[in-house]
Design a binder for this molecule. Sequence first.
Ligand SMILES: [Mg+2]
Length: 392
Amino acid sequence: MNMFLRVFKYRTQNNTNKKKQESEKMTNQNVVVSDAKSTMKVAAVAMAAMSNTSIFSPAVPKPPSSSAGRFVRRKALKKLETQGGPPKISAWVDSMRASSPAKSPPSSPDHDSWMVTHPSALEMFEEIAKSSKGKKIVMFLDYDGTLSPIVQDPDRAFMSDEMRAAVKSVARYFPTAIVSGRGKDKVHDFVKLNELYYAGSHGMDIEGPSNGSDDKSIVCQPASEFLPIINEVYKKLVSKTQFIEGAYVESNKFCLSVHFRNVDEKKWPELAEQVKEVLSDYPKLKMTYGRKVLEIKPTIKWNKGKALEFLLEALGFSNSKDVLPIYIGDDRTDEDAFKVLRKKKQGFGILVSKFPKETSAAYTLQDPSEVMCFLQRMVEWKQASQRGYYRS
Ligand SMILES: [Mg+2]
């Protein structure tokens, strides 16, 4: 069995403004790259702060409309994502409600203008394919709401066999990563494909493909030191929220989700208050909100965008112009990845949404069934282009 471990330092790049560079400490990431699946271990993965940049480069085609702020959230809500001294509970609850966007009917003016600035990735497929000429496509896929429908019971968010086949086919031609807020093992159990890269816990738990001795496996766990307190808080939250009907605390290994989906909206403030109370003893953890969910994460500045950068680096594309990353996701945590692509002026973010939302993605798909069509089309296009190549 091959036991060659190659440890390389992964230095994430900070291209944000100098002020941020000075104020934020950055450390190297020591990451193991292993040639054998059974030898994957984490070498000391130390990390500190890294900017959660908000730089908004218009490099990707079709930048969002300036009126996008009308939709869903106000900039002020971003202030909620501060660590320490969280805002009033009512603000959290309002933000969560807002993150499940108001339903603008597909024919509404808002929707029509949004589709002009964020066109369908299916309709723009030829352009996307054209822009990949001479480049290696790398696929990044969120799971919930992207590959699987959003369901009432988070433990039953299964993906269809047809979708699995589409993802499997895509991975045959392009390196493919699943980037999810779920625990890595849980999302792996849903997807059931060993040939993919998995970035669980919002990118804080990354592992490479585990099939075949020739595959190089990578591991990155920048939040491992937080594991004991995450487990402690999980137990406290389960105990504290057990009397609120429908409340569900999900452990995602390096982060936690408190699901509000099955809780009567009248009880949302009470549940949010309970969560806030538990967290008040843990300044090293922060709370963010998503679609009917509060997320508890370590205060490190690591997110799906950083995971995307890490994986591109690990795949050898750190400074390459010959790569075209495509990231498909539906939630606000995916925006970090969309922003990275805009900043890098590389690839495309594709937001999965039927309704207008503020987003840094370039294109849109309406729902998981359109995501599946897009993946199938990529495979067909690749196969056709290969046939053309072989004929010439
Ligand atoms: Mg999602």
